[in-house]
Design a binder for this molecule. Structure first.
Ligand code: ADE
Ligand code: ZN
Ligand code: ZN
Length: 260
């Protein structure tokens, strides 16, 4: 192989790596959860939030926390997108990462939003972050094992392309389904008031354990190198859709308590 081809190969590997680097629910997943939450806001919360966000909706701001990853001034928020702790332990039994994690991130966002002394600028920032992080919490592999970076190191095939288990859950299944975020938000499963109330029950930590329980199953759902496709979608996309819906309902619950 001559030098030119080696260079082209190297550059294309770098660019592929750039696209596939440890992202979160793709944009569509985050926006769907944001839109579902928007649909569950009380009138008063909706008014206050619209005012704070200058007219931008929760779907629109849901990807902000990923966008700022390119800015090194925001590097410290990187570890806030996920939490890893052993599956047989409670959170905190093993000392949590001192760089912070998803649970600390969400707690910080809620604290700033509840604090009357917070500036509007801080409220806007932490509201956008909260919308994103409640989404991440519902991606089971954001509560996965630290050893494999929540499945990022578990290589699989997605139809004919190379991928990894984390990416399958962040974006491959959602993209394959082919609905826009607003179509996903419009086509959620009909739930009774009783079912919605059950989803709203519990604390952020309870929801983390629920995601972790799903993560355990996700790890057994595929083998390293396995080719995933139609059958994987059939069995797993309903779980993913349900997570997007739960994320939206729970985000709205938190926001209605703060802004409603
Ligand atoms: N993204 C990057 N590192 C991760 C981890 N350890 N768990 C989940 N998502 C991640
Ligand atoms: Zn992710
Ligand atoms: Zn994220």
């Amino acid at each position: 192989m001559n030098l030119y081809y080696k260079l082209v190969l190297l550059l294309s590997l770098i660019s592929i790596q750039g696209f596939s680097s440890e992202y979160d629910w793709g944009k569509t997943g985050h926006r769907a959860t944001g839109q579902i939450a928007d649909n569950h806001l009380s009138k008063k919360a909706k008014k206050n939030i619209t005012q704070l966000l200058n007219g931008e909706g929760l779907a629109f701001v849901s990807t902000y926390a990923d966008e700022i990853k390119s800015d090194e001034n925001y590097r410290k928020y990187g570890p806030w997108h996920y939490v890893n702790f052993p599956f047989d332990k409670k959170y905190g039994e093993e000392t949590p990462s001192e760089n912070g994690d998803l649970i600390k991130g969400i707690t910080q966002c809620i604290n700033v939003l509840k604090d009357e002394k917070s500036t509007n600028e801080d409220k806007v920032f932490y509201l956008k972050m909260l919308v994103h992080f409640i989404g991440d919490l519902h991606q089971p592999l954001h509560v996965g094992r630290g050893e494999d970076k929540g499945g990022n190191d578990i290589q699989v095939r997605w139809f004919k392309d190379g991928s990894n288990l984390h990416r399958v859950w962040d974006s491959e299944m959602i993209d394959y389904y082919g609905m826009s975020y607003s179509e996903l938000a419009m086509n959620t499963t009909q739930l009774s008031k009783l079912q919605i109330d059950a989803i709203k029950t519990g604390t952020v930590l309870d929801w983390v354990y629920e995601s972790q329980a799903l993560a355990k199953k996700v790890y057994t759902s595929a083998n390293v190198g396995e080719k995933l496709g139609y059958k994987y979608m059939y069995y797993n996309f309903p779980i993913l859709r349900s997570q997007l819906q739960k994320g939206g309902i729970r985000l709205a619950k938190i926001l209605n308590e703060i802004f409603g």
